[in-house]
Ligand binder design. Sequence first.
Ligand code: SF4
Ligand code: SF4
Length: 221
Amino acid sequence: MRDELERLIKREGADIFGTSCVSGFVSERFAGLPFAVTIGMRLLDAVMDQVCGGPTKLYFHHYRTANAFLDMCALKCALLLQRSGFRAVAIPASQTTSAEGIAADFPHKTAANLAGLGFMGKSGLFISADYGPRVRLATVLTDCPLPNGQMMPPQCGSCRVCVQACPCGAIVGNAWRQNGSRDDIVDAALCSRFMKDTYGMIGRGSVCGICAAVCPVGRHI
Ligand code: SF4
Ligand code: SF4
């Protein structure tokens, strides 16, 4: 099944594919779906390079288009699993569902990390081994048994580029730890408030992207 899923995802044009067991990371309502398919798209460098000083309208459009593309790939993947006799749910590429509006239904980066596709950066972003944080992700949760990859430990080392570039100081600067709190890494509420207050004219303040754009992993200029 894994090979069939990978063929589908690559045929659709996605850049990243991986599988993992996320049992213990899914909420109660997805408890019967302990395996994950990670699908990812590399963002366009020509768009991302313009975001180092702050988000652009082009970036916001690109971000939304990438999410729509990934949602479609994830839907096709979930349908293939269902046709093959399994249960599957496509988790949206971008969706906030917590009371504070800053957490998603399921963290895509957890599945991607467990799949061995990259590591968690000081920025709190998933850093793809191939493309750095210049990626968008989606996840399909399923009861189809799928293999884990080799989880990648943090590889930021002494780099602090994102810490210094964040305009509101939301990135604490600590290395990510598996069972650590998100607050040890990034002040998500401060980041969210800053985006709303500062970049309200772009996607009503829902994107920034500076920490993703400046990361040396995945930068090609
Ligand atoms: S998205 Fe912007 S404000 Fe938020 S942590 Fe990254 S650089 Fe800072
Ligand atoms: S900018 Fe440096 S510290 Fe921040 S996530 Fe990238 S490699 Fe890690």
